[in-house]
Design a protein around this ligand. Structure first.
Ligand SMILES: Cc1cc2nc3c(=O)[nH]c(=O)nc-3n(C[C@H](O)[C@H](O)[C@H](O)COP(=O)(O)O)c2cc1C
Length: 504
């Protein structure tokens, strides 16, 4: 049992697959009266307002997506910069009444608009903010004060002495309240929580880069230590990732003792349901000791196989300056609800793929591969492609019109048939699991979410549309075989021309 018992992830993946038959035979229905609240609210905590005149970044989105800020050159952080980063990651951007329901939409896409991710901030050197642990409240743009003190030393101890944490100006922690997503997706929600964590991280990393603040994603940490600090149980709410933000020469030396956190939160719905397959999967992915964290941190992944291909195309890309500013893109972003069956240009597609494909600064390596079904891209033959992330090249696997297949694979949603290109993030899960144990399962899904979240931003920055999509698992692998033999689809993102809207 534990992280090395990778049969746990294999079984979880298998039992949470979608197929033509499983979707039709599911007895699940949505209990609207029991729909969970998308916000965690601490009525008894000190509530600190964040600045509201945000003045979001005008840095071209494509530049923010692909720039890397070395820690040594990181800018200081003040409350305004931190607020912009948090708002771009998970801020409340739109409200809409649908029937009796008041939908709150956020900066990053979330499967089913259920928003399972919570954000905490351990601030150490943030000008204008007392050193301490906070919970970010997107609903009213405030922070709940949870603990006083500098928690970096404690966090670095929990994360194999990661230097980026010990010297950070702030450390962000992302957790998931599984029930929010389980309400609709049941045990499969575990995957969705990592995708949603990834889309938030895509926005957060771009916003940090636009502020010239370094950011590193970390997933190797002792879960029990994080759970105690945040006052979460690791079962109903579990850790997803840490982000070390900025750098200071004042490295942390000690943290206060962690007392139990006695802060009530408002119930999310009258009756929460726990799905045993999900609970077990997370339990078997937790790293319980410093030795387990050290083993995962030191693990090396075997090189990914990639068959040589004669049909390799490198396409022109659009310059960053032609993309909208990051703030404008984040406010403009939504998920396209219908596509017009029109073409985008090959140049636009190549730009979106290039801007979204660099591996993020993280403590885990690249685990995913990118495939596409190109339905209509002016200047690129329709067909199935492998996208070589390192060479930024499209490798044609089979030519042809696969609109029907694209529509079928994403659970028969017309969005797949009508989009210009369907991007499919896949991974050889055995490769991830053999290196990182069950933890590699979340890492691979998180990476797919980050790349997919960036693809959203790149598309919207060029006036195009995008939407995340879920899929029939084994049928998707079959479609891309033999190239994708042994790989599992993790996430799809459709790109295209939104129906009823011309390019802005
Ligand atoms: C991982 C992921 C999977 C999604 N799957 C679907 C899907 O299968 N069908 C769909 O119409 N939208 C899908 N979406 C889009 C969400 O429904 C959308 O993000 C959510 O309603 C919030 O709206 P917004 O993106 O416009 O802010 C998905 C989004 C994500 C991040």
């Amino acid at each position: 049992m534990g992280n090395d018992y990778i049969e746990a992830a294999r079984v979880f993946h298998e039992v949470t697959k979608h197929s033509y038959t499983s979707v039709r035979s599911s007895p699940h229905f949505l209990d609207w009266d029991n729909k969970p609240l998308p916000y965690k609210i601490y009525p008894g905590a000190a509530s600190i307002p964040l600045p509201r005149d945000l003045n979001l970044s005008s840095t071209p989105t494509l530049a923010a997506l692909s720039s890397y800020v070395p820690a040594d050159f990181s800018a200081p952080i003040d409350t305004a910069a931190l607020t912009r980063i948090l708002f771009c990651a998970d801020g409340l951007t739109r409200q809409k009444k649908v029937g009796d329901d008041d939908y709150h939409f956020r900066a990053a896409a979330s499967a089913g608009a259920l928003y399972p991710i919570e954000i905490y901030v351990a601030a150490s050197e943030v000008e204008g903010l007392e050193t301490g642990l906070y919970h970010f409240s997107p609903a009213d743009l405030r922070m709940a004060g949870l603990r006083r003190g500098d928690w970096r030393s404690y966090l670095a101890d929990a994360a194999a002495q990661r230097l980026s944490i010990r010297n950070a100006r702030a450390v962000i922690a992302l957790s998931a309240i599984y029930w929010r997503s389980e309400w609709k997706y049941r045990a499969r929600a575990y995957r969705y929580c990592y995708w949603d964590g990834g889309t938030i991280l895509a926005n957060l990393l771009a916003a940090a880069a636009a502020e010239e603040i370094s950011a590193e994603v970390i997933t190797a940490f002792e879960d029990p230590a994080l759970e105690s600090l945040l006052g979460i149980d690791g079962e109903r709410e579990g850790m997803i990732a840490l982000v070390a933000l900025g750098r200071t020469d004042e490295a942390a030396t000690s943290s206060p003792p962690v007392e139990p956190l006695a802060l009530e939160t408002i119930p999310l719905s009258s009756n929460e349901v726990a799905y045993p397959d999900l609970v077990k999967m997370h339990h078997e992915s937790r790293l319980a000791t410093a030795d387990e964290v050290a083993a995962v941190s030191a693990a090396k992944v075997r090189p990914s196989r990639s068959a040589p291909n004669a049909n390799v195309l490198q396409l022109e890309t659009i310059t960053s300056e032609e993309s909208a500013g990051l703030g404008e893109t984040i406010l403009r972003r939504g998920s396209s609800r219908a596509f017009a069956q029109e073409a985008i240009t090959a140049e636009e597609l190549a730009t979106i793929m290039a801007a979204s494909s660099d591996h993020p600064q993280a403590d885990f390596p690249a685990l995913t591969d990118t495939y596409l079904i190109v339905n209509a891209a002016e200047g690129l033959e329709p067909g199935a492609y492998y996208y070589n992330r390192d060479a930024r090249a499209f490798e044609l696997l089979k030519a042809g019109n696969f609109r029907g297949e694209a529509g079928y694979l994403c659970l028969e949603q017309p969005l797949g048939m009508d989009c210009s290109a369907l991007v499919v993030y896949m991974a050889d899960l055995e490769r991830a699991l053999s290196a990182f144990g069950n933890r590699g399962y979340g890492d691979a899904h998180l990476e797919a979410g980050i790349l997919g979240g960036r693809a959203y931003l790149a598309a919207y920055s060029l006036g195009r549309g995008a939407t995340g999509l879920t899929f029939y698992d084994d049928d998707t692998t079959k479609f891309f075989e033999p190239h994708a033999a042994g790989k599992s689809p993790l996430l799809m993102v459709a790109l295209g021309v939104p129906r009823g809207r011309t390019k802005s």
